[in-house]
Design a protein around this ligand. Structure first.
Ligand code: NAD
Length: 344
């Protein structure tokens, strides 16, 4: 048996990991705190550490983990914008789960849009209070509207299929378009100008940071809806708030938020929310915020546990880990993995 430790544990995380860990010869010590410079010491003596989207895997954290004997960080997610790959190179191998269920995220994006547009969340609260009035619940037909999809990878493509089923006209932007897909690609500016709804499905990188900002919002149609199930910092949240107040943006469906780290996944109902932008955005009648839950389906959690445990097993057995990633291969550059089995 090999021992690993697990940060930022919630009850739903344990279900599939506990079911499968024996099969992969792994024992797990679960920790509730997030991984970061103040908690990294807890991993002392664990060669492998499992981490998640809001853990802070910066240089300081990496150095503490390395000094205490950790050699692998197995991310139990697809995105890796919270990892300082340069600091990790040569010290910690990083693996991830590149795909666990694009359907989970794409379906959640559409669920948010349908709820917000047709005011399902409001109708639910009303009818539970025996208020059967329809005032204020008017939506619009999705059929015939233009959906702009930014990022046509695994999730973007599933989302496009769902949109097509609703009779939406889909246009897309991706710097690496899939020419064989039949998707209608346009420039990013054209997408912002033509779309009635914009849905973000690209990773957070230096190029995509705040891609929705005052300038790009200015290009959009009045009343545009924005869906973000990717990463919060794709949207400049101050600009989003201003555009909601000015009624330039007609609706926002947000599963992620740029300052989510301290609040998402926690019960903050007895706490004063210090983030005025988040508090004001949530107060808007035309905004739905979910707490980074788009991935939360049985199928996705099963696949996350399975791939993470396989990544750890391959590390312990000294096998090639297909899902290893470093700052070279994450940029598309060639890294040593091809000749060397590992990124370094
Ligand atoms: P993917 O790698 O399959 O696709 C990403 C696509 O974005 C690629 O086609 C890529 O070419 C494109 N892209 C890269 N740079 C771009 C740019 N500057 N502008 C536009 N497009 C660009 O990834 P995926 O599995 O489809 O996931 C997409 C994102 O969804 C992830 O990066 C992650 O941030 C997010 N995600 C969120 C959740 C959640 O629970 N909310 C779960 C999983 C993934």
């Amino acid at each position: 048996m090999n021992r690993i430790c697990f940060f930022d544990t919630k009850p739903y995380d344990r279900v599939f990991f506990d079911q499968m860990k024996g099969e992969y010869g792994i024992e797990i010590e679960y920790f509730e705190p997030k991984l970061g410079p103040k908690t990294a010491f807890m991993a002392k003596g664990f060669e492998a550490v499992v981490a998640f989207v809001n853990d802070s895997i910066d240089k300081e954290t990496i150095d503490i983990l390395y000094q205490n004997g950790t050699r692998l960080i197995a991310m139990r997610c697809a995105g890796y914008n919270n990892v300082d790959f340069k600091a990790a190179y040569g010290k910690l191998h990083i693996t991830r789960v590149p795909e666990y269920s694009p359907y989970a995220v794409a379906e959640h994006a559409m669920a948010l849009l349908l709820s917000l547009n047709r005011k399902i969340h409001r109708a639910y609260s009303r009818t539970r209070d025996f208020n059967f009035s329809l005032n204020g619940l008017m939506g619009f037909d999705l059929h015939g509207k233009t959906m702009g999809v930014i990022g046509t990878g695994k999730i973007g493509k599933v989302f496009i299929n769902i949109c097509t089923g609703f009779g939406l006209k889909v246009i897309a932007y991706d710097p690496y378009p899939d020419e064989k897909s039949g998707i209608e690609y346009v420039t990013l500016d054209e997408l912002f100008r033509q779309s009635d709804i914009v849905s973000l499905h690209c990773p957070l990188t230096k190029d995509t940071f705040h891609m929705v900002n005052p300038e790009t919002i200015n290009m959009m149609k009045k009343g545009v809806y924005i869906i973000n199930t990717s990463r919060g910092a794709l949207i400049d949240s101050e600009a989003l708030l201003e555009a909601l107040k000015a009624e330039k943006i007609g609706g926002a469906c947000l599963d992620v938020y740029e300052e989510e780290t301290e609040v998402f996944y926690e019960d903050m109902s007895y706490t004063i929310i210090r983030d005025d932008i988040l508090a004001r955005v949530i107060s808007m009648p035309n905004v739905i915020v979910t707490s980074h839950q788009a991935f939360l389906t049985k199928e996705a959690l099963h696949n996350i546990a399975e791939t993470t445990l396989i990544n750890c097993r391959k590390y312990f057995d000294d096998n090639v880990i297909e899902n290893e990633i470093c700052y070279k291969c994450s940029r598309g550059d060639s890294c040593l993995r091809k000749e060397n089995k590992r990124c370094f």
